[in-house]
Ligand binder design. Structure first.
Ligand code: AHR
Length: 512
């Protein structure tokens, strides 16, 4: 059972003295389940410069490459132990026909990417190239297959092409195209945003279509699919309820949820780099709404699936702002600030704290699109503040979840308040305990007094991602302004751990 206590609990007298700057935290050392590493997954769509010019570059670009895959991006993503990569969309998935992306590249048909800028897609990056990328990344592929404009037969054949090891028309074709062995893809998305760009379906219609498509997406020997249904948009609880009611449990590994943090509104989303404290506050308030969404969708799933066999898969999340001035509005290229680092830290803490049900998530999108980990400019590449948070949080991957009780001071602006601190904790297979903290207050240092139950430890080490202003960013001229640095603000006092969190900080501690 999850044990996170809201802020409204009265603080002890000693805290009252420092009400705005002291938090208290209890961590229980006996956890019950694992935090799936797949919570730390990513998403790459045929959108703007994510695939093309992000991973897949021109033969002429003078940087280390394997085929046309740029290896600096691969190395950076390997370092944060990217556990899975969702592809080819997004909205693009429901107009993608996989046969257009196999065979000799110069014979592949072209198509229009109608969702994202109306550009011509040359299909030079297809199934083989994506799976080659996954192999280089040491990551698991998560393929999102076409329901909106594709057929049951088309999806069924794709699975056969990918996963069957015997003699069949699709395996012959795969071999002709140079891949003898099946890839054994496991994560399988059946449509994307079927309530919107994936076909504008009703929940009932989709749930029935799901059953039809999923039936013919076969499990081959040694290659069972983990099928994931296209889930709700934000607070469309009816969608979750309907899918859980209509789709039998054995046909459903996961049900997805999409939620983006939009600072202003969909018409004018707000700038990625220029915003005041009021907008900063509102953005974080919207980010924290993920906790409500996950709680409520999970409660609906509990009604139909008490054993929590079906995963809640938040396979699109992150901040969505206006594009950088002068860039193609259809390419969704946005900068990434210290605010985004805090959003990443808060959201990953939320997922960890709901990891009994949330067992997969995918940040949108890895390179050059939305809340990117990496920005590229021809041969140059930079790591964003969000990247560095994923680097810190990788310590939680597949570790045992540890329940927490947190009493946080408020961060208030214009009479509205948010909890200033967010936390999650885990114990890894070597016995080390990791605690991740976020302090969103832009001016106040917060002292966290932590009691640890059933945890014996001798030393504490820390790392931090922080910056003076929430609008600070990394640029190609100054790529390391925000990065991971050592953190010396934690100490052992008897059995207690005291942590001094600087304003605007994401901190990871390791207790041994
Ligand atoms: O990530 C960008 C888009 O957002 C995806 O293509 C779609 O699924 C969502 O609406």
């Amino acid at each position: 059972m999850k044990k996170i206590f809201p802020l409204c609990i009265l603080l002890l007298p000693v805290h009252v003295l420092f009400a705005q700057s002291t938090a208290s935290l209890d961590i229980e050392g006996t956890g019950s389940h694992q935090i799936s590493r797949h919570i730390y997954g990513h998403f790459s769509e045929h959108l703007g410069h994510c695939i093309y010019d992000g991973y897949w570059v021109s033969e002429q670009l003078a940087i280390p490459k394997k085929d046309r895959i740029r290896l600096d991006v691969v190395e950076a993503l390997k370092k944060i132990r990217i556990p899975n990569l969702r592809w080819p969309g997004g909205c693009f998935a429901d107009e993608y026909h996989w046969r257009d992306g196999i065979g000799p590249r110069n014979q592949r048909p072209k198509m229009i990417n109608t969702h994202w800028g109306g550009v011509t897609e040359d299909n030079s990056f297809g199934t083989h190239e994506f799976l080659e990328l996954c192999e280089l990344l040491h990551t698991e592929p998560y393929i999102s297959a076409n329901v909106g404009s594709g057929t049951v037969d088309e999806m069924s054949k794709w699975v056969e092409y990918l996963n069957f090891n015997g003699l069949s028309p699709m395996t012959e074709l795969r071999k002709q195209n140079g891949h003898e062995a099946p890839w054994k893809v496991s994560f399988w998305g059946v449509g994307n945003e079927s309530w919107g760009c994936g076909g504008n379906m009703t929940a009932e219609y989709y749930a029935n279509e799901y059953k039809r498509y999923a039936t013919f997406a076969r499990n081959y020997p040694g290659a069972s699919l983990k099928k994931i249904a296209s889930g709700a948009n934000e607070r469309d609880y009816n969608w979750t309820e309907t899918c859980m009611r209509i789709i039998p449990r054995h046909m459903l590994w996961g049900l997805s949820l999409h939620y983006y943090t939009v600072p202003k509104n969909w018409g004018n989303k707000g700038s990625a780099t220029s915003f005041d404290e009021q907008e900063y506050f509102t953005t974080l308030e919207k980010c924290l709404y993920m906790d409500t969404l996950v709680t409520k969708h999970a409660a609906i799933m509990d009604k139909y699936d008490k054993e929590k066999r079906v995963a809640l898969v938040v396979d699109e999340w992150g901040i969505w702002t206006n594009v950088e001035p002068g860039t193609n509005p259809g390419f969704l290229y946005q900068q990434n600030s210290m605010r985004d680092a805090l959003i990443a830290g808060i959201t990953l803490n939320i997922f960890n704290n709901h990891s009994d049900r949330v067992r997969m998530a995918n940040l949108a999108q890895t390179v050059n699109v939305l809340q990117a980990l990496i920005l590229t400019d021809k041969e140059k590449m930079l790591l964003t503040p969000t990247y560095h948070v994923f680097d810190l949080f990788k310590a939680h991957q597949d570790a045992k979840y540890l329940p927490i009780r947190l009493k946080s001071p408020d961060y208030s602006v214009g009479g509205r308040s948010l909890p200033a601190v967010s936390v999650s904790a885990s114990r890894d297979s070597s016995g080390a305990v990791h605690i991740s903290f976020v302090n969103i207050d832009p001016t106040k240092k917060i002292s966290v007094q932590t009691s640890l139950k059933n945890i014996s430890w001798k030393s504490v080490n820390g790392q931090i991602v922080t910056s003076k202003k929430f609008t600070d960013i990394n640029t190609f001229g100054q790529p390391d302004r925000i990065r991971v640095t050592p953190f010396n603000g934690a100490r052992k006092q008897g059995d207690q751990l005291t942590v001094e969190l600087p304003p605007l900080s994401v901190v990871m501690l390791e207790l041994r």
